[in-house]
Design a protein around this ligand. Structure first.
Ligand SMILES: CC(C)(COP(=O)(O)OP(=O)(O)OC[C@H]1O[C@@H](n2cnc3c(N)ncnc32)[C@H](O)[C@@H]1OP(=O)(O)O)[C@@H](O)C(=O)NCCC(=O)NCCS
Length: 262
């Protein structure tokens, strides 16, 4: 496996709107379960985004693990967070997509969560419903476009933390506070029942495309970590070919949804 090391977390970004012929090339990279999920989307655009998202995820993971995309086995925790079957501690990853943008974080040291959101005008007081009292008070200092940007900083910081934590939305959104300003480094300020959480978790503002906000959260345990952006064209990555020693006949039978020996 290609190592990333404790000082970096890799960030990958790609478009979910490749040419239609590309979708035909990407579709076979999915597992049987994903192909079935793709077929259940009502709108072709959503189907296409899902295929381009999962194929990109598989191409990148295959790049680290030296495995063909369809051979990456994924399993899910009870809250739906995907991980690599049989190798979840070796390579942590998390995917986020919004509109036609996908972003993926990969680390071989730290559990990660990533969130990217297209910035759209708000129709209701979402902060009042979802954010903590402290976050709402901090947001009250902003107005107009500054409020919108602060809102999305807060939203993606919370969502990335929830996704990294792994408990999904079973973690009450008012049980932790994040910073909302752009001036200082983003931080987790508190987590109910865990006094060490602000030291153990790191948040990073992502360099996301214009009109989008994005955050990465990682359980870095106080280590100094930097983001390393990949400039590869993800969907054009060469699919790895499995080393013969990694070819498990049982996996060929189940469309790659079983654990991968790495
Ligand atoms: C599913 C959820 C984890 C993220 O939803 P989202 O922001 O709509 O979607 P994203 O694009 O960021 O992430 C989706 C990806 O995260 C991964 N994922 C799914 N469940 C996950 C979980 N429990 N934890 C971490 N990652 C998860 C999957 O790879 C998924 O990709 P897929 O569509 O190919 O299956 C969940 O947090 C959710 O439903 N959020 C709703 C929004 C909300 O209320 N946010 C409040 C924030 S203040």
């Amino acid at each position: 496996m290609d190592r990333i090391g404790p000082n970096f977390i890799d960030i990958w970004r790609w478009s979910l709107d490749p040419a239609p012929c590309e979708i035909d090339r990407l579709f076979p990279m999915l597992s049987g379960e994903e192909k079935a999920r793709a077929s259940r989307f009502v709108y072709p655009e959503h189907r296409q985004h899902f295929i381009a998202g999962r194929a990109g995820l598989r191409l990148v993971l295959g790049h680290y693990l030296h495995l063909p995309p369809h051979r990456i086995g994924l399993t899910y925790n009870v809250f739906g967070k995907p991980r690599i079957a049989g190798a979840s501690e070796l390579l942590h990853f998390n995917l986020s997509h919004s509109a036609d943008v996908a972003m993926l974080a990969v680390s071989d040291h730290y559990p990660v969560g990533i969130d990217v959101e297209a910035i759209k005008p708000l129709k209701e007081d979402i902060a009042g419903h979802f954010f903590s009292k402290r976050e709402c008070a901090a947001l009250a200092a902003f107005a107009g476009d500054d409020y919108l940007n602060a809102f999305y900083r807060c939203w993606t910081r919370k969502e990335a933390f929830v996704k990294a934590h792994g408990a999904g939305l079973s973690l009450p959104l008012d049980s932790f506070d994040v910073t909302v300003d752009a001036a200082s480094r983003p931080r987790l300020e508190s987590l109910d029942g865990d006094r060490d959480a602000p030291l153990n978790w790191s948040l990073f503002d992502l360099a996301s495309p214009p009109g989008f906000a994005g955050t990465l959260a990682a359980l870095t345990l106080g280590n100094a970590v930097h983001l390393r952006y990949s400039d590869h064209n993800v969907l054009a990555l060469k699919a790895s070919v499995a080393h013969p020693a990694h070819t498990d006949p049982r996996q060929r039978q189940n469309g790659g949804s079983r654990a991968i020996p790495v």
